[in-house]
Design a binder for this molecule. Structure first.
Ligand SMILES: Nc1nc2c(ncn2[C@@H]2O[C@H](COP(=O)(O)OP(=O)(O)OP(=O)(O)O)[C@@H](O)[C@H]2O)c(=O)[nH]1
Ligand SMILES: [Mg+2]
Ligand SMILES: [Zn+2]
Length: 400
């Protein structure tokens, strides 16, 4: 998307045809009481990009102008998430105290979703209209979890987002082993780290992000907000530390916020995830996210679940000369498939370290926990909480 008017450029990708059916949704009044104010046209509605959602207030951009808005009545219970393109009516001047109204949400080109766990088919929308999923994984502190990477890959393939693996903290540990594991997949990657010689944000990451809408996801403490600040100093995202006791991050960011890249494009910082449920993705779609195993899957019997003894994958993987990289991927696929049956939830709600107790107290995108300092639930089931806050808490900063 173009640099000067991100929202406009995004919608150009969508095109304008056929948008109108969703434009104005005037709910029928109660009984036969005539509505006193109909809002038929909104022909003057400005198009805006939603950069943050905070307790029922949407921080939007109309071109470069920051405008605060709330949901209009005709929006009903329609949820608005970061990345959405919306139409605004009312006062779109962006003047202090001015409040516009979101009257409609334009069709989304992509939707990043997750479910609470792998057996939960209810999905929660995290971000709309992103083009790229930046899977941020620290090489140490906290230790890397490849099974969570694999989950994010499934989500990325399913949502049609380009995955980019971003390995951080290369000053603490080398990336070779993890990169070797993803070599058969041909995953694009960048390695970042601080210290002599290595910038925090290398040029190749900037190049991968330029002109696109990218979402940063990953465990708490992997350095997502550090990267955002390095890319966009004005973002001033709060950065936390990793606990030396638990080896975990402190869930410093508690809201999803989009920031405009200076040269064009958006980067969207998200709170650290404890896990990433894939219950809304059918097994065959999970399998499709493992194209590096596709040649082996062709040898499987028809309808193979890849969990039974007649699965051809073990033999095929053993015959590959890849230093065992595909073995890890096959294990990962099987875990994902099994967890959908409720058997092995590793990585769905918890970092995939076996035998670890669940960490129920951490804020989590889309978690059920509600409270003043944690992200509120981001949940299509609870349609009534529009206006009460989505997933924002104390760190609801925006650009500018
Ligand atoms: N050694 C080293 N530390 C880093 C690097 N990048 C980030 N950190 C540190 O990692 C810690 C966590 O960074 P954050 O940017 O807050 O991590 P986050 O992913 O945004 O975490 P949440 O907001 O909790 O999800 C901070 O102490 C950073 O200074 C790096 O490349 N090398
Ligand atoms: Mg953060
Ligand atoms: Zn099989």
């Amino acid at each position: 998307m173009g640099g000067d008017a991100g929202a406009g450029a995004l919608s150009r990708r969508i095109g304008y045809a056929g948008l109108d059916e969703d434009d104005v949704r005037v709910r029928p009044g109660k009984g036969s009481r005539p509505r006193t104010r109909r809002r038929p046209a909104h022909s003057d509605a400005a198009e805006a990009f939603v950069a943050a959602v905070d307790r029922g207030r949407y921080r939007c951009f109309v071109g470069d102008r920051a405008v605060t808005a709330m949901g209009a009545r005709e929006l009903g219970h329609r949820r608005v998430v970061v990345g959405d393109l919306v139409r605004l009516a009312g006062d779109t001047s962006g003047a202090p105290g001015a409040l516009a109204r979101v009257v409609s949400v334009l069709p989304r080109t992509s939707v990043l979703r997750r479910s609470a766990d792998d057996t939960d088919p209810v999905e929660r929308v995290i971000v709309a209209n992103a083009e790229q999923l930046v899977i941020v994984c620290a090489l140490a502190d906290p230790p890397p979890r490849t099974r969570l990477i694999d989950r994010f890959l499934v989500a990325a393939y399913d949502a049609g987002l380009d995955p980019l693996l971003c390995l951080t903290k290369a000053d603490l540990a080398p990336p070779d082993e993890i990169l070797a594991g993803y070599a058969p997949l041909g995953l694009r990657h960048v390695v970042t780290g601080r210290g002599a010689g290595a910038e925090v944000v290398p040029g190749d990451l900037r190049a991968e992000l330029a002109g696109r809408a990218s979402v940063f996801v990953g465990h708490s403490g992997v350095g997502k907000s550090t990267l955002v600040n390095a890319l966009i100093p004005a973002a001033e995202r709060a950065v936390g530390t990793v606990s030396p006791v638990t080896g975990r991050g402190r869930h410093t960011s508690s809201s999803v916020v989009a920031f405009r890249l200076p040269g064009g494009g958006w980067i969207i910082d998200t709170p650290g995830l404890r896990g990433f449920g894939l219950g809304h993705i059918a097994p065959d779609r999970v399998v499709r996210a493992f194209p590096d195993l596709a040649a082996g899957i062709e040898r499987c019997p028809r309808g193979c679940t890849h969990l039974e003894a007649d699965c051809a994958l073990d033999e095929w993987v053993a015959a590959q000369d890849d230093d065992g990289a595909l073995r890890g991927r096959l294990d990962s696929l099987r875990r994902l498939l099994r967890s959908r049956e409720g058997g092995d939830p590793a990585g769905a709600t918890e970092p995939d370290r076996e035998g670890e107790p669940n960490q129920q107290d951490a804020p989590d995108l889309g978690g059920e926990r509600s409270g003043e300092d944690g992200p509120d639930r981001d949940d299509e089931r609870h349609r009534d909480d529009r206006g009460r806050g989505d997933d924002l808490g104390r760190d609801a900063g925006g650009p500018g």
